[in-house]
Design a binder for this molecule. Structure first.
Ligand code: 5RP
Length: 251
């Protein structure tokens, strides 16, 4: 997929000591350089994507961007976009989007991703699969040598019905990788419920996943699994902000 920035091209540049939020904002602002007036946009979810949505809102307000429509990937992003007066649409009305910009939990050297620690994986995958280009924004802490390698959660969205049955099946599927499966809890100590009224089972791996495609296929075969957080071969470019600068990685 070809992609050109709206403004100047991006080169790595030295950046003084910055907080993680500064880095997220830096990556977000660079990504918004790819947004042009008239585009239909996928709006991601999470703390990095929130900077993207803020910036788009700002540029619409100043008139530097016009005629944008957005499809939010979560109720949280929908609320944020509405508060910034970003016009919204749906995949039903706009089945093909120009560009989606979203964060990620892990990015491997081939630009495969783990997403969904924020719980929005299903809508994110639907919107990003419908986009001609998908730009990922992240700080350098998200880089891994293999998916599942951060020791943090790889989420799987499942229907509520007999979720324990699927938790055991998921754990068994990745037993050789030392996988531990846990039902995600919300802040109230009750099961976390997604925007689509499903549960999330988080998978924790001792050893990173070697073959993401076969892992994704095997998870997808389990009845009652709605979606998984492996986003394979979907990203057009990844914008990584780190202590030494901002880098655009593309295949
Ligand atoms: C939400 C996601 C987020 O994009 C991912 O969790 C990264 O979030 P953050 O930018 O806050 O680190 O996939 O479902």
């Amino acid at each position: 997929k070809s992609l050109r920035p709206r403004a100047i091209s991006i080169k790595a540049q030295a950046v003084p000591a910055l907080t993680q939020d500064d880095l997220k904002k830096l990556a977000a602002d660079k990504a918004v350089d790819y947004v042009k007036s008239g585009m239909a946009l996928g709006l991601g979810t999470g703390s990095t994507a929130a900077f993207v949505v803020d910036r788009i809102g700002q540029l619409l307000k100043t008139g530097e961007l016009r005629d944008i429509v957005g499809i939010p990937t979560s109720k949280r992003t929908e609320e944020q976009a509405k508060s910034l007066n970003i016009p919204l649409t749906t995949l039903d009305d706009h089945p093909s989007l120009d560009l989606a910009i979203d964060g990620a939990d892990e990015v491997d050297p081939e630009l495969n991703l783990v997403k969904g620690r924020g719980g929005a994986l299903l809508r994110e995958k639907m919107v990003e699969a419908a986009s001609k280009s998908f730009v990922v924004v992240a700080d350098e802490s998200k880089l891994v040598s293999g998916l599942g390698g951060s020791k943090l959660a790889m989420p799987v969205e499942v229907v509520q019905f007999c979720w324990k049955f699927n938790l055991v099946r998921l754990q068994d599927l990745f037993r050789e990788l030392g996988c531990e499966a846990k039902l995600r809890e919300g802040e109230n100590g009750k099961p976390y419920i997604t925007d689509n009224f499903n549960y999330i089972i988080d998978l924790y791996f001792e050893t990173p996943i070697k073959d993401g495609v076969s892992a994704g296929t095997e998870i997808g075969k389990l009845e009652g699994v709605v979606e998984h957080g492996l986003f394979l071969d979907m990203a057009t470019a990844v914008i990584i902000a780190g202590k030494t600068g901002v880098e655009v990685k593309s295949k």
